[in-house]
Design a protein around this ligand. Structure first.
Ligand SMILES: Cc1cc2nc3c(=O)[nH]c(=O)nc-3n(C[C@H](O)[C@H](O)[C@H](O)COP(=O)(O)OP(=O)(O)OC[C@H]3O[C@@H](n4cnc5c(N)ncnc54)[C@H](O)[C@@H]3O)c2cc1C
Length: 378
C-alpha cells in the first residue's frame, strides 16, 4: 500500500512545526498532528537569541519586529555586580509563545502541510500512526511530542546518557521594559534553593519573568524576595498571565532515531533553559532532520541525523553545564561575576561563543583570562 504521507510529525509545537516546514520546503508530503489547537502556550522564558532568529529564517520564517521586542544582548546581575554584553551581530527577540506558535502554524498551512489539530496520537503499529479512531501510513515518522515524549517510549529510544531536571515557572507583567537587555539574575537565596530568574522584554509594555530551580515547589512569589531589586521593579506591575510551570531537563539520549522514526526538539533530549538556546537547537535539528529525510536511505538516512544531532547539541550543552556550575557553586558565581565585570572583553567573547558567533578555539585566550581571574580574585 502506498503511504498517505512521506513524513508524519507527532506534536505540533515549535519542533514539530519547524520540522514539517523544513520537510515541505524540500518537496515532501507532510502531516502534523497535535492534541491542541494553534496558539499553544507553554512555560518558556520566551527569549529567542540571534542564532534562533537566524535558524528560523533559514526555514523561511521571518519574524516581524512587531511580533515581539528586540534585545541587543544579555545582562547578568548578582553578588552586587551588573555586567552586560552585546551580541556580536543581530539582535535577540522576546516573543510570546502563543504568537510564535501562531506564526509557525500559519506558515505551515501556507506550505500545504496537512494540519491535524486537536488530534491526539495514541500509538504506532507496523509503520502506522494511530490517532483517535483514525490511522495513517507514513514513510517516516517524527516524534516532536515534547519532553515527556510517548513516541520516544513507543520507539524504544528512552535510554539516556544523562537526565537531570530542574523546574521553571513564568508569569508576564504589564510594565515598560526597564532595560534594553534580557536580564539574568543569579540568586543566592536560601543556600538550599540556588535559583535564577530571567526577564525577557516581550513587548513595549510587557516582560516575561521566569524562575528556574531544582525545587518543584518554588514559585515566583516565593523567589522574588531573594531578588529585592527585581521585586521592587515589579511591585506595582499587574500580572498579565497566569503562572505556568514546566520541567527543564539536561537530557541526552543514547539514540534519537530508529530506521524509520526520528525524534526532534525536547523529545530528543534538551539543554537546561538557563541557556535560552532550547528553541535554537530545536530549529537546527529540524533543518538537519529534513535534509536527511530528503536524502533518504541512499545517503545514510536517519543514522546521519543521529550524528548531526550529537554535533548540534555540543555547544549549547557545554554552555549550559558552565552556567549550571556557576549557579550551584557560590564561590564560583561570585568570582566569575567579579572577573566578568573587571575584564571587560571576556563577557562579550563568552556571549559570542554562546550564540555561535565565535568558535570555542577563538575563545581560548578569554578562557585563560577567566581562569586566571578565578584563581587570583579574592
Ligand atoms: C521554564 C522554561 C523556560 C524556557 N525558556 C526558553 C527560552 O527563553 N528560549 C528558548 O529558546 N527556549 C526556552 N525553553 C526551551 C523551549 O521551551 C523548548 O526547547 C521548546 O518548547 C521545545 O519545543 P518542542 O516542540 O520540542 O516541545 P513542546 O513545545 O513541548 O511541544 C510538544 C507538542 O507535542 C504535543 N503532543 C504531545 N503528545 C502528543 C500526542 N500524543 N499526540 C499529539 N500531540 C502531542 C503537545 O500538545 C505539544 O504541542 C524553556 C523551557 C522551559 C521549561
Amino acid at each position: 500500500m502506498s503511504p498517505d504521507f512521506d513524513v508524519f510529525v507527532i506534536g505540533g509545537g515549535p519542533a514539530g512545526l519547524a520540522t514539517a516546514i523544513a520537510a515541505a520546503q524540500r518537496g515532501l508530503h507532510v502531516a502534523v498532528a497535535d492534541a491542541w489547537g494553534p496558539g499553544i502556550d507553554k512555560a518558556c522564558g520566551e527569549g529567542l537569541m540571534p542564532d534562533s532568529v537566524e535558524a528560523l529564517s533559514a526555514l523561511g520564517v521571518t519574524l516581524p519586529k512587531e511580533a515581539g521586542h528586540p534585545f541587543p544582548g544579555i545582562r547578568f546581575l548578582g553578588c552586587g555586580v551588573s555586567v552586560d554584553a552585546h551580541f556580536p551581530s543581530g539582535s535577540g527577540l522576546g516573543v510570546r509563545r502563543t504568537v510564535l506558535h501562531d506564526l509557525l502554524s500559519v506558515e505551515a498551512g501556507r506550505r500545504g502541510i496537512e494540519l491535524l489539530w486537536k488530534t491526539r496520537v495514541t500509538g504506532l503499529r507496523a509503520g502506522m500512526v494511530e490517532c483517535e479512531g483514525r490511522s495513517f501510513r507514513s514513510r517516516w515518522i517524527v516524534g516532536a511530542d515534547g519532553g515527556q515524549s510517548a513516541v520516544r517510549r513507543w520507539a524504544g529510544l528512552d535510554a539516556c546518557r544523562r537526565d537531570e531536571r530542574r523546574y521553571g515557572f513564568r508569569r508576564h507583567y504589564r510594565i515598560e521594559p526597564w532595560s534594553e537587555f534580557m536580564e539574568l539574575y543569579w540568586g543566592d537565596g536560601d543556600p538550599h534553593e540556588a535559583c535564577q530568574i530571567y526577564v525577557t522584554p516581550v513587548g513595549p509594555q510587557e516582560v516575561c519573568v521566569a524562575v528556574l530551580s531544582r525545587n518543584p515547589q518554588l514559585r515566583l512569589d516565593q523567589a522574588l524576595p531573594w531578588f529585592p531589586q527585581l521585586a521592587l521593579r515589579l511591585s506595582g506591575a499587574a500580572a498579565t498571565s497566569q503562572e505556568r510551570g514546566g520541567i527543564t531537563a539536561s537530557r541526552q539520549l543514547r539514540r534519537v532515531a530508529t530506521e524509520r522514526i526520528a525524534l526532534v526538539g525536547d523529545a530528543s533530549g534538551s539543554v537546561d533553559a538557563i541557556t535560552g538556546e532550547g528553541l535554537c537547537l530545536t530549529f537546527h535539528q529540524a533543518n538537519a532532520l529534513a535534509r536527511c529525510l530528503e536524502a533518504g536511505e541512499a545517503q545514510g538516512g536517519l543514522s546521519r541525523y543521529e550524528e548531526q544531532h550529537r554535533r548540534l547539541r555540543r555547544r549549547p550543552a557545554f554552555m549550559a553545564d558552565l552556567m549550571l556550575l556557576m549557579g550551584r557553586r557560590d564561590w564560583l558565581r561570585r568570582r566569575t561575576l567579579s572577573v566578568l565585570s573587571t575584564q571587560r572583553n571576556v563577557f562579550p567573547a563568552m556571549l559570542a561563543m554562546h550564540v555561535g558567533g565565535l568558535p570555542p578555539v577563538s575563545f581560548a585566550a578569554n578562557f585563560l583570562a577567566l581562569g586566571w581571574g578565578l584563581l587570583t580574585q579574592a
